[in-house]
Design a protein around this ligand. Structure first.
Ligand code: SF4
Ligand code: SF4
Length: 424
């Protein structure tokens, strides 16, 4: 596709990268059928090809976008199913990330939307504030219905979310264990710390010790997807400095975070620093060391369990890390009967803070995913991402369990919390 950026605009490396991807798009529309929002809404502007046109006009223009462009870019889940489907290797992430940053810096959102986004960017990356928010949401009880629109939805989500205190991590059982630094993360640390503990036990049995990375926090993915690129870089700098302080690549084989949404973001951490010669090499060194649980956990063959597990491969795993097959292989080796979920390429609607910002579309995608899960006739649903686990959990769905918790259970660890609750 032809573009009309000025030479001055193309001195910005992020805009230059977006322009290369715009030129690579031949508008074939092959990606359209894979896009969850297009499948749901049937509007070309809610599919990747239509959004690419809107984003190109906005970025070339360089001024504040119109509300229609913002509406359709906001509705994108950043699931990247379109990137996986594209035969021309268009990296849609580079376009939507740049578009979101542009919207964040140039567009005046209505006050309520602005406040909600600020609240998400302030609370969700901080486990202590997440815990406080969940506590308040529960205290409010029936008063929640007095809150306006999406704030009410957010409070309702909070009131139904499990709240947990920190758990301690086991050490590796083998001498001379390999050492991996563990990023503490944010929401998962507040609502499901058992996942980190399960990951630590599974890896410890394989001679890998997880060492909490003191001083690091959220990976920054939540604020990155809101277009708050400076906030995202601040979280990234904090993680990089913590890793370097702890000894960096000389002390650790790598860095791990146990939610694949965050894992995919960390592997791409150098990209925001393209125009920063001081931080770029440090971010590259950090992201080169990022490992996902599924890359580290070698499958170990076990006896059949006679339990049917539906494998909900998160978008971050399918389209970001490209490790969906490893999750399935790990479960099969652990002895589970693994069932595919029909329409497995369609996002469940969780997508970071998307389920708060776009509750109607997220709710419709959830319903569609639950119907497909029902077709799999499973006893348990496994995923690798806290977002999917929380968004899909409920009385109509089999227990939602992190893949590490299932493997840990088979290998002698505790019964996963979601399973234990169902049999009580
Ligand atoms: S499949 Fe690729 S080239 Fe075709 S419209 Fe989509 S992004 Fe453009
Ligand atoms: S990232 Fe997902 S929701 Fe956004 S355009 Fe691509 S397929 Fe559609």
């Amino acid at each position: 596709m032809r573009t009309a950026f000025s030479p001055l605009q193309l001195t910005d490396p992020h805009l230059a990268e977006a322009e290369r991807n715009l030129r690579a798009c031949v508008h074939c529309g092959i990606c359209t059928a894979t896009c969850p929002t297009y499948v749901l809404l049937g509007d070309e502007r809610d599919g990747p090809r239509g959004r690419i046109v809107l984003m190109q006009n906005m970025l070339e223009n360089g001024t504040a976008p119109d509300p229609e462009t913002v509406l359709h870019v906001d509705r994108c889940l950043s699931c990247l199913a379109c990137r996986t489907a594209c035969p021309s290797s268009v990296d849609y992430a580079r376009l939507v990330d740049e578009a979101r940053t542009h919207i964040q810096t140039t567009y005046r959102r209505p006050l309520g939307d602005k406040l909600l986004r600020w609240l998400i960017a302030t609370v969700l990356p901080r486990p202590a504030l997440v815990r406080a928010g969940l506590f308040v949401a529960r205290l409010m009880g029936p008063l929640v219905s007095l809150l306006p629109g999406r704030l009410q939805h957010m409070a309702r989500l909070g009131a139904h979310t499990q709240l947990s205190g920190p758990v301690s991590l086991p050490r590796a059982v083998l001498p001379n264990a390999r050492r991996i630094a563990l990023m503490p993360g944010c929401v998962q640390a507040a609502v499901a710390p058992d996942i980190d503990a399960a990951v630590a036990r599974v890896l410890a049995r394989r001679g890998i010790e997880l060492v909490p990375l003191e001083g690091a926090g959220c990976c920054g993915a939540i604020v990155h997807h809101l277009g708050r690129s400076e906030d995202a870089k601040n979280w990234a700098r904090r993680a990089i400095e913590a890793f370097e302080r702890a000894g960096g690549a000389a002390a650790f084989e790598g860095v791990l975070i146990t939610a694949t949404g965050c894992s995919a973001h960390l592997k791409d951490l150098a990209h925001p620093f393209l125009d920063d010669p001081h931080w770029l090499p440090r971010a590259q060194a950090f992201s080169a060391g990022c490992r996902d649980f599924l890359e580290l956990a070698e499958p170990i063959q076990r006896e059949p369990r006679h339990l049917r597990v539906a494998w909900q491969a998160a978008c971050s795993l399918q389209n970001g890390l490209k490790l969906a097959g490893k999750g399935e292989a790990l479960l099969v080796a652990a002895g589970f009967d693994v069932a595919a979920i029909p329409e497995g390429h369609l996002c469940c609607g969780s997508a970071g803070s998307y389920s708060i910002l776009q509750p109607d579309i997220a709710g419709a995608l959830r319903e569609r995913k639950l119907s497909n899960i029902a077709l799999a006739q499973a006893d348990i649903v496994a995923s690798s991402n806290i977002g999917c686990l929380n968004h899909l959990a409920g009385p109509r769905v089999p227990p939602m369990v992190h893949v590490a918790e299932l493997v840990d259970w088979v290998e002698g660890g505790p019964v996963p919390v979601a399973l234990a609750k169902r049999v009580r």
